[in-house]
Design a protein. Structure first.
Lengths: 379, 364
């Protein structure tokens, strides 16, 4: 066999991640150049011995149970070899073979490859040896095709589940909001209509109901935000973060006892305005919400790091115990039973940072305050 | 049977008189003035089963005709078919159930359609080595694509027609071209267009080789005059090259062939003379002799560029074939066409498209 033919064969390997196209590219070429009649691959998949590729395509689909042991025996030999058309080979062939010989190549986990030539008495050992490294390279490409196929299935399922989750969150949010508003309205009417009949304890109970309704409303908003934030994170643009932070701070209702200081110049990066605004807003609001000192100080800053930029939001609030460091980023995890906290704000922060390929973490000391750090990679 | 007429009724009468109960294959020379629409209507009206193709020229006995129709009759035809849309990827030939007896498949396909090789791949994918294959690429000598295959439904471009018969066929495939230089690697190509050879502009490489061998300058203007003697040969194990015919060069210096040359194909540059080509044709005819018991007729799928190369000597090629086929003193009808690509398997091997080749089919 000419060395250039081996070159031709090797260049036909792995031209596609699609299993069938990958097989077509090499095996059709080998058949054409060597005047072969057919070829097929047995693969052990999900416990079944299946023909996963053949030329021609029309064949008996399954190897009979009783014949599986023949395939197994050939596979267990572990080598590549030529064989005349014996009864055993005919039994496991997907079509009628009329004399000739097969070359059998062991593809390890990818099964067995058979090349069939009706005019051959045998495939020469030299030819098998020459083809072996080509077929070995082909085997590796089939493994890659397999991984690609599994990844495609996973991605498809993931996309489907994400869509279902997003649809579900939308439906739940919108459908729940309506009865909550109705209850709130009815509650107001009852309080007005029966003002003279309700005692102080009753008014207190109404107040509690109102607070819970407000919390439920806030929870629903949080769910909606959490489920849709990644959809907002599309369409990058150049964002001056110093400018964005100033606008974010001015949009937050900052209590009189709270001061917010931007300690460093913030960089200009490529990102999405909406999600970056949401990121800083949630962290600053979190610091405000958990401030327990008469004078609350919040400091924001950034520095360059190897992978991009690192940011911090530091407060002198109540602090968080180390055992809760992971928990606080999970959805609906609020540590203090704060009735107005939805437990979603920091989950949204993590989701946004993740979507940029960054990391978020915190350092905290109970009673002294917390610093949230996050990185945003350059690319 | 050769007829030169513009009267559809006359063709019908000949078919009814000579091919009762048979499916007929109609090969039409492109200069023939007959209206195919009228012919199809007449044949349909009389219930004649047929397929057909338009070719640069047709062959009957030892003669080549620029005008006229060649009719060949086939017995035991089980299925006829039409495949449209060969310019796209979505076509699929019908998969007929065949019994265990010997069959052959005869097809005419638009020789200038984009996916002719894919059509052959898909045919083989369905029937594999269970069938013997014979066929021809249809079209015009101008190499401008025209509607060139027909059946009862009309005349079509980018299409193929065919029949499957339950009887035996013997095949002889030869060309006679010999290596003058190589090997080379087609390092860049797009279907039938060779863009680079050995990582360099295809025409530059081809020109250097051909000019050195032929001692004649080859330019964009005289390209086909010279290139018809210097085809590419795709290397195969244990058989003749598969020939690819460079028919034109474009302004980018890319060589346009009849038939696909996939990237990284290893090729030689070939050349031939009248004697080697005629001898090869004789060998092809010799190969089919004695392979079937009761041959009724022969059909030749002979490349048009062999005629352009052999010129006056081409009649010698036909005579060489017929003298072989009629060596035992019989007078076997020999018909055929000068084609744009020849379709065949090497015996029962993989189905392929050839150029500059003669394929002799002997039918029961």
């Amino acid at each position: 066999m000419d060395v250039l033919q081996l070159y031709e064969f090797s260049m036909a390997i792995g031209r596609s991640f699609d299993y069938k196209e990958n097989c077509n590219s090499l095996l059709r070429l080998i058949m054409a150049r060597k005047d072969l009649n057919s070829c097929w691959i047995y693969t052990q998949r999900e416990g079944e011995c299946k023909i996963t590729y053949s030329i021609p395509e029309k064949h008996q689909l399954e190897v009979m149970n009783s014949d599986k042991c023949i395939v197994k025996e050939l596979h267990d030999r572990g080598d590549n070899f030529s064989s005349p058309i014996t009864d055993d080979i005919q039994k496991i062939a997907p079509f009628q073979l009329n004399g000739g010989a097969v070359a059998v190549f062991n593809l390890k986990d990818e099964g067995l490859l058979f090349l069939y030539g009706s005019k051959r008495d045998a495939f020469l050992q030299m030819e098998i040896n020459q083809l072996s490294p080509i077929i070995e390279k082909f085997r590796v490409s089939l493994e890659a095709s397999d991984v690609f196929r599994k990844r495609e299935i996973l991605l498809h399922n993931l996309e489907k589940q994400n869509k279902e989750l997003s649809d579900y969150a939308h439906v739940v949010s919108h459908d729940l909001k309506s009865p909550i508003r109705n209850i709130e309205t009815l509650l107001t009417w009852v309080r007005q209509d029966y003002e003279n009949l309700i005692d102080e304890k009753g008014i207190e109970t109404f107040s509690l109901i109102s607070d819970n309704l407000e919390r439920m409303d806030s929870l629903i908003d949080g769910i909606l935000k959490y489920s849709t934030i990644d959809k907002e994170n599309t369409g990058n643009q150049t964002v001056d973060l110093s400018d964005l932070l100033a606008k974010t701070i001015s949009s937050i209702k900052v209590p009189a006892h709270v001061s917010i200081e931007v300690e460093t110049e913030l960089p200009t990066i490529q990102g999405n305005l909406f999600t970056l605004h949401q990121l800083f807003q949630n962290l600053i609001e979190n610091s405000i919400k958990y401030s327990d000192k008469p004078f609350c100080q919040i400091r924001v800053g950034a520095r360059k790091v190897e992978e991009g930029n690192e940011f911090y939001v530091k407060d002198n609030g109540m602090g968080i115990e180390a055992k809760y460091f992971d928990k606080i980023f999970q959805v609906f995890q609020s540590l203090d039973g704060n009735q107005k906290s939805s437990g979603i704000g920091l989950s949204v922060v993590k989701k946004i940072v993740d979507s940029y390929g960054g990391k978020v973490w915190l350092e905290s000391e109970k009673g002294l305050g917390t610093t949230f750090f996050f990185t945003l990679p350059v690319n | 049977m050769y007829i030169n007429t513009i009267q559809s009724e006359e063709v019908l009468e000949k078919i009814q008189a000579n091919y009762q109960g048979k499916t007929v294959v109609i090969s039409v020379a492109e200069a023939t003035s007959i209206s195919l629409t009228d012919l199809i209507e007449a044949l349909n009206g009389a219930g004649v089963e047929f397929i057909g193709g338009i070719f640069p020229k047709v062959i009957s006995a030892n003669k080549v005709y620029d005008e006229g129709i060649v009719i060949s009759g086939f017995s035991n035809v089980k299925h006829t078919f039409l495949v449209k849309g060969l310019d796209g990827l979505d076509f699929q030939p019908e998969a007929f159930e065949l019994d265990a007896s010997k069959h052959f498949l005869f097809t005419f396909a638009d020789g200038l359609t984009q996916n002719l090789s894919l059509y052959l791949e898909r045919l083989y994918n369905i029937y594999g080595g269970d069938l013997a294959y014979f066929g021809a690429g249809t079209g015009s000598l101008s190499l401008k694509q025209i509607p060139s295959v027909f059946n009862k439904d009309g005349v079509f471009q980018d299409a193929a027609v065919g029949l499957i018969a339950s009887s035996k066929m013997a095949l002889g495939v030869k060309h006679g071209w010999q290596k003058v230089s190589g090997p080379y690697i087609v390092t860049k190509s797009d279907r039938n267009v060779i863009q680079q050879i050995n990582w360099q502009n295809a025409f530059d490489v081809y020109k250097a080789i051909v000019e050195e061998h032929g001692k004649k300058e080859i330019t964009h203007d005289n390209f086909f005059e010279i290139s018809k003697a210097y085809p590419f040969g795709i290397l195969k194990d244990s058989s003749e090259y598969v020939v690819r015919d460079p028919i034109d060069v474009n302004e980018k210096g890319e060589l346009i062939c009849i038939g696909e040359v996939i990237e990284n194909t290893v090729v030689d540059i070939l050349n031939g003379d009248a004697e080697t080509l005629i001898n090869a044709a004789k060998e092809a005819a010799k190969d089919v002799m004695g392979k079937i018991e009761n041959p009724q007729h022969a059909y030749l799928s002979d490349c048009i560029s062999r005629v352009l190369f052999l010129e006056e000597d081409y009649e010698r090629e036909l005579k060489a074939i017929s003298s072989q086929l009629n060596a035992s003193g019989e007078c076997m009808p020999i018909e055929g066409a000068l084609t744009l690509g020849e379709i065949s398997s090497f015996g029962d091997g993989y189905l392929q498209l050839f150029n500059k080749t003669v394929v002799v089919g002997l039918f029961e």
